[in-house]
Design a protein around this ligand. Structure first.
Ligand SMILES: CC(C)(COP(=O)(O)OP(=O)(O)OC[C@H]1O[C@@H](n2cnc3c(N)ncnc32)[C@H](O)[C@@H]1OP(=O)(O)O)[C@@H](O)C(=O)NCCC(=O)NCCS
Length: 144
C-alpha cells in the first residue's frame, strides 16, 4: 500500500533512511510517501516542490526501500505514484542520486553538469565538485 506519511511515521522513516546513511535533512512528514506492508514502513520517498522560480521545480529526495524488500518493485511503485499524483504535464521532475540506473529504468534521463550546476546552486561551491557521486536526472511527463 502506498500512502502519505504522517508525523507519527517520522521515527520509522528516519530508521529506514539511516540504514543507508541518508538523513531526513529539512524534510517534513508531509513531504513523504510511504510503501507499507503488514503495518511496517517498507519504503519511503519525498517530493519537494519549489515554486519560487518562474517554472515549478520538483525534486525527489530520500528514496529508500527496506533491505529485505529491495528488488520487488516497491521503489518503482513509489516513484510512479509520485509522478502520477503530483507531477503536472509541463512540470519537470528532478533527482540527484547515487542510483541513476534505477531512475533511468523509470524514464528519467541524465542531465549535463552545466544544467546540474544551474539547478542546484550549492553544487558550484561544494568541496566534492568534480568527484561527486550523485548523478542528476530529469523526468518529463509525456502527453497521453
Ligand atoms: C534504489 C532503491 C530505492 C530502488 O528500490 P527497489 O524497490 O529496490 O527497486 P525496484 O525493485 O522497483 O527496481 C526497479 C528496477 O531498477 C533496478 N534497480 C534497483 N536498484 C538499482 C540501483 N541501485 N541501480 C540500478 N538499478 C537498480 C532493479 O533491478 C529493477 O530492474 P528490473 O525492472 O530490470 O528488474 C532501493 O534499492 C534502495 O533503497 N537503495 C538504497 C538506498 C538508495 O540508494 N537510495 C537512493 C539514494 S538517492
Amino acid at each position: 500500500m502506498i500512502r502519505k506519511a504522517e508525523k507519527s511515521d517520522l521515527p520509522a522513516i528516519q530508521r529506514l533512511l539511516s540504514t543507508y546513511f541518508l538523513d531526513i535533512e529539512e524534510l517534513k512528514a508531509e513531504d513523504f510517501m510511504l510503501a507499507e506492508g503488514e503495518g511496517k514502513v517498507l519504503g519511503c520517498a519525498a517530493l519537494i516542490r519549489d515554486g519560487s522560480s518562474e517554472k515549478e521545480f520538483l525534486e525527489i529526495h530520500s528514496i529508500a526501500v527496506h533491505p529485505n524488500f529491495r528488488g520487488k518493485g516497491i521503489g518503482s511503485r513509489l516513484v510512479n505514484h509520485l509522478i502520477s499524483t503530483s507531477v503536472g504535464q509541463d512540470a519537470e521532475l528532478y533527482v540527484k542520486t547515487t542510483a541513476p540506473g534505477f531512475f533511468e529504468k523509470l524514464g528519467f534521463v541524465r542531465i549535463s553538469d552545466s544544467e546540474k550546476l544551474s539547478l542546484w546552486k550549492d553544487c558550484a561551491s561544494c568541496e566534492h565538485l568534480g568527484k561527486c557521486t550523485q548523478h542528476a536526472l530529469k523526468y518529463r511527463k509525456s502527453r497521453e
